[in-house]
Write a protein that binds this ligand. Structure first.
Ligand SMILES: C[S@@+](CC[C@H](N)C(=O)[O-])C[C@H]1O[C@@H](n2cnc3c(N)ncnc32)[C@H](O)[C@@H]1O
Ligand SMILES: [Zn+2]
Length: 653
């Protein structure tokens, strides 16, 4: 809707309400105590904001209202300058919708955990009281189990003693600790109100560290029930100005909940340690420079939400750049988008470990042109020792599609103690046992689960229960459905097309291949990052045996003997593959014909540049070739789709 049209409507409304103008007003933009309906009051607030905006001489943008339009996403509305469309990136609606869904689930889980904590404490208190009664103590001697304000909470650790978990853990031997994790924070336990165990659970405080025009913060404040204060930061003056205007434009709920600051997010987060239940990082490009301060700003049991749009870097375009930013080497396999997720998770874990903290991923999504991870953060020097068990290097064969994971650490358990040791290696010989070629080594990556399937089900159920509240419902429910069916304990995936390209054979259908894997006694699933990706716990030699059997029935043309495919096919299979269709060869969603992958809703569905910058071919690493092609093709006035590569996203299930 045009802004002038909105203004006209609002002015008409104002004339009708002239008599009511003398009604009490608590603050310029605050609550109205009047006979007006809430909607009328909100409309008036908007008009007031617009008037102030028009007469405000200090703003940096044009005062011609026709230069602005109102953008509505979810329940939030923002004013956007026509010349600065970077203030609104429509493609990020999926990102914001998923974040809202995770936030809703976080609030409900946090409440459940708090209730469980309280009931545990009450039972504990009763027990102590019984013991004390039986030992004939006077009433006043019964210890008070209510956590005090001064008590140092560690998400449940160290509640009984006035000793920090760090202190407790530092008294332990270096590589041998009790299995009973005295210091570890039970996953799922939460910080109670800013690190101080309290009976009352305060609404969660959210920090949107890189907020731009504040759309995300406004959506959080207006759409997520039970949310507390939302702090929106940006180091760009025009963005903060826009954000403040938008807060006012969104009425009293937004005004009371969202505050905007001009600040460098890194400084702000460092100076607000363990203060926010949720920290949201949504940068242009890489989040790497924000991670160290972000992991420190989250309360124990709180959540870090983090976007990365530098997919070209994370996917191996410039391996050395990725290493410098994230501390991991990417590989250019078909699984590179999942590897990107796992590189970011490993990087966050590494920053968390510096502060005796560790992460528990609840959801990791790669979609459109970016990735987004949602991890909870806990403090425990003891649990942190498990980090090397959750990280692996990846050996990727340069000749065939084989890959192998090399865990960084291992443990030996004896009675009640665990010894932490370096991993055995190498897990592969110098030359690939399938095709004889050498390996590239990438990583380290996060090789533990990157989603918590219980969370995924809860998020999906929540999304389905309020379809109309998610503008990107179709897309996010499809992605969440596919994630809910991913094998949780199998990092990375195979590409059936690549296997066939190596052997130069025709491809079996996914159902036939899946059946053969299942019939051989292994598990197999899809992957949300690639409609053609197949996750399986079957070892590579089993996969190649299945393919050898397939080629026996579907012969290939003779190839030079030194080709990887020829070397693989020269060996006889030790396993007799059974291609009979297995019941589980279709996932539940596939069987029910539930959408798992959706095409992009429109052309040029991609990222945007910082305010004021023009897209050129130099931006390929930030935006990806698709977006670049789109813009450059448009510039050249060519048919925009003519040069665009067909993306995997555009394949429907
Ligand atoms: C991609 S935009 C954020 C979009 C927003 N989260 C949303 O959903 O609409 C990234 C923002 O980060 C801001 N930014 C970059 N570096 C920053 C820093 N060090 N501190 C604070 N803000 C920063 C930029 O000015 C920009 O507005
Ligand atoms: Zn090989």
């Amino acid at each position: 809707m045009q802004l002038s049209h909105v203004l006209n409507l609002q002015l008409k409304l104002l004339q009708q309400l002239q008599l009511e103008q003398t009604l009490l007003r608590f603050s310029r933009f605050g609550l109205l105590f009047s006979t007006k309906t809430t909607q009328q009051a909100e409309e008036e607030e908007k008009e007031h904001t617009l008037n102030l905006f028009v007469h405000d001489k200090s703003r940096t943008m044009s005062s011609d209202l026709s230069d602005y339009k109102i953008i509505k996403e979810g329940e939030a509305e923002i004013l956007m300058h026509a010349k600065n469309e970077v203030f609104y990136n429509k493609t990020q609606v999926n990102n914001r919708d998923i974040s809202i869904a995770v936030l809703r689930t976080f609030i409900s889980k946090r409440k459940q955990e708090h209730e469980a904590y309280l009931s545990k404490r009450t039972k504990g208190a009763q027990k102590i009281s019984e013991i004390d009664d039986s030992s004939e103590l006077v009433k006043g001697d019964v210890p008070d189990t209510t956590p005090t304000e001064d008590h140092k909470s560690n998400g449940g650790c160290g509640e009984e003693e006035d000793i920090s978990p760090e202190e407790r853990c530092s008294t332990m031997e270096e590589d041998s600790v009790k299995v009973t994790e005295e210091c570890s924070t039970t996953e799922g336990q939460i910080n109670l109100s800013e690190g101080k165990g309290q009976r009352e659970l305060k609404p969660p405080r959210v920090l949107e560290a890189l907020s731009a025009s504040g759309l995300r913060s406004l959506r959080y404040a207006r759409e997520v029930e039970g949310i507390g204060q939302v702090v929106a930061l940006d180091n760009d003056k025009a963005s903060v100005e826009a954000c403040r205007r938008n807060i006012k434009f969104n009425g009293s709920v937004a005004v009371s909940k969202v505050e905007s600051h001009l600040a460098d997010a890194r400084v702000y987060m460092l100076t607000h340690p363990k203060e926010f239940d949720v920290v949201d990082l949504d940068p242009y490009g890489s989040p790497s420079v924000f991670l160290d301060s972000a992991v420190q700003s989250v309360v124990d049991g709180g959540m870090l939400m983090c976007t990365a749009t530098d997919m070209a870097v994370l996917c191996g375009g410039n391996g050395e750049v990725c290493y410098s930013k994230y501390g991991s080497y990417p590989l250019r396999g078909k699984y590179c988008h999942e590897m990107a997720l796992r590189i970011v998770l490993a990087c966050i874990e590494s920053h968390a470990n510096r502060y005796k903290r560790y992460i528990v991923p609840v959801l990791s999504v790669q979609m459109d042109f970016y990735l987004r991870v949602f991890v909870r953060i806990y403090t425990s020097a003891s649990a942190m020792k498990n980090t090397p068990l959750k990280l692996s290097y990846v050996y990727q064969c340069t000749g065939c599609d084989s890959f192998h994971l090399q865990p960084i650490g291992r443990t030996i358990s004896k009675n009640t103690s665990v010894r932490y040791l370096p991993g055995f290696g190498p897990v592969v010989p110098q030359e690939c046992s399938d095709c004889g070629k050498k390996f590239n080594m990438g990583g380290p990556i996060w090789s533990a689960p990157m989603h918590d399937q219980e969370w995924v089900s809860a998020i999906l159920a929540d999304v389905k229960s309020m379809k109309e509240r998610y503008p990107a419902y179709d897309r996010i429910s499809a992605v969440l459905t596919t994630i809910s069916e991913e094998l949780p304990d199998v990092p990375l995936f195979l590409s059936l097309h690549n296997l066939c390209a190596t052997l130069k054979c025709t491809s079996p259908s996914a159902i036939i291949f899946r059946s053969a894997v299942i019939n051989a006694g292994y598990r197999i699933s899809g992957s949300h990052v690639n409609p053609l990706g197949l996750k399986s716990d079957a070892p590579m030699e089993v996969i190649w045996d299945i393919m050898r059997c397939w080629v026996k029935n579907h012969p290939v043309k003779p190839q030079p003997a030194d080709q990887p495919g020829s070397i693989i096919l020269a060996k006889e299979p030790t396993l007799q593959a059974n291609f009979a269709r297995a019941v589980a060869s279709l996932s539940k969603a596939q069987a029910k014909k539930v959408a798992r992958f959706l095409p992009n809703p429109e052309r040029h569905w991609g990222p945007k540049l910082r305010a004021g910058r023009q897209i050129t071919s130099k931006h390929v690493s930030l935006l990806g070739p698709e977006a670049i092609n789109g813009v450059l093709n448009q510039e050249e006035d060519e048919e925009p789709n003519s040069k665009r590569p067909r993306t995997e996203d555009s394949v429907t299930s």
